[in-house]
Design a binder for this molecule. Structure first.
Ligand code: DOR
Ligand code: ZN
Length: 347
């Protein structure tokens, strides 16, 4: 198959940031995706409906003229979040989910929840309203190896949480392990998962063999090959529980190539091309559309996009960097290398 036309995708998990980085990053997502679930881990985080609406306006201002793009906003859950704030979020047509970061798990998560088992009134409200809870699924415990943090989170946090709130709509974000695939499949329809392109394409060798490759450092960290294989099977199965969420997470070159580099891979410049490459690897391009364009809207209760996007098997060079403001740079995944596919919206 050298050409494929599918419905325009949505990105169900992306970081667009703010300020100069927002201006640099948002056009890439808007170019390919009709909608995107926008992560709220700004500094300070997006914790109220008012914050989210103001952020939405800043995102729309960063979208190039003539491009149609709808940011689907989220709130950042803190231990101070009120039930009333979550009810207001559920009533807003602009807020589509709430994000749970275990405090200390990842970038800008310090205002997150210290004990995810301590927020029952908030979870009860989400279960009542049907507003999805998006979960960063890693335990924060110095005694737990970083490669085991996702599997431990399932046992220690997710299973007890879903036992108490069995009807809660929950997305386990950016899953990275066979354990997570099996857990999500064992749950009823209200539990789903996003999978990134980089976790479908790479294992931890990409990060660590031949030197440390900081642009392949993200959280949850890349795992061993057997986990990547399990993710590929899940994503390409056509199962409605699995959908596209790039977790494209831009940081400046200086913050990535540092003695303590930030977590995050920027993939929005080539999101669909990277997913196409992963599906092509296992001969499953016919199932790409379900993953990128049908399963996500179905879970969120939205209609799939009407616009179409064409993928062509044609080598495409990735730039060495993307300018950010006057003097900074963003290094896209595969910088200086080539992509096997090219995506273009059908006019
Ligand atoms: O790699 C990551 N980067 N994982 C996250 O959970 C957060 C994200 C970011 O905001 O940079
Ligand atoms: Zn993320």
């Amino acid at each position: 198959m050298n050409e494929l036309v599918i419905r325009q995708p949505d990105d169900w998990h992306v970081h667009l940031r703010d300020g100069a980085m927002l201006a640099a990053a948002a056009p890439f997502t808007a170019r390919q995706c009709a909608r995107a679930i926008v992560m709220p881990n700004l500094v300070p985080p997006v914790t109220t409906v008012a914050d989210a609406l103001a952020y939405r306006d800043r995102i729309l201002a960063a979208v190039p003229a003539g491009v149609s793009f709808e940011p689907l906003m989220t709130l950042y859950l803190t231990e101070q979040t009120s039930v009333a704030q979550l009810a207001a979020a559920a009533a807003s047509p602009y807020i589509h989910a709430v994000k749970l970061y275990p405090a200390g798990a990842t970038t800008n998560s310090d205002r997150g929840v210290r004990d995810p088992l301590s927020i029952d009134p908030l979870l009860a409200e989400l279960e009542r309203s049907g507003l999805p809870l998006l979960v960063h699924g890693e335990v924060v415990d110095s005694a737990v190896d970083i490669f085991d943090r996702e599997a431990q989170f399932i046992e220690r946090v997710l299973k007890p949480l879903l036992a108490r709130f069995p009807k809660l709509k929950l997305v386990m974000e950016h899953i990275t392990t066979k354990d997570a695939v099996e857990f999500v499949l064992s749950q009823p329809d209200n539990v789903a998962a996003t999978i990134t392109a980089h976790h479908l394409l790479y294992n931890r060798n990409a990060l660590l063999v031949g030197g440390v490759h900081p642009h392949y450092y993200c959280l949850p960290v890349l795992k061993r090959e057997s986990h990547r294989q399990a993710l590929l099977v899940a994503a390409t199965s056509g199962h409605p529980k699995f959908f596209m969420g790039t977790d494209s997470a831009p940081h400046t070159q200086a913050n990535k190539e540092s003695a303590c580099g930030c977590a995050g891979a920027f993939t929005a410049h080539a999101a669909l091309e990277l997913y196409a490459e992963a599906f092509d690897q296992v001969g499953q391009l016919a199932r790409l559309e379900a993953f990128t364009s049908l399963n996500g809207p179905r879970f969120y209760g939205l209609a799939p996009n009407e616009a179409r996007i064409k993928l062509t098997r044609r080598a495409q060079a990735v730039p060495l960097f993307i300018p950010v403001g006057e003097s900074e740079r963003l290094i896209p995944l595969r910088a200086g290398e080539t992509l096997a596919w090219q995506a273009q919206l059908v006019p």
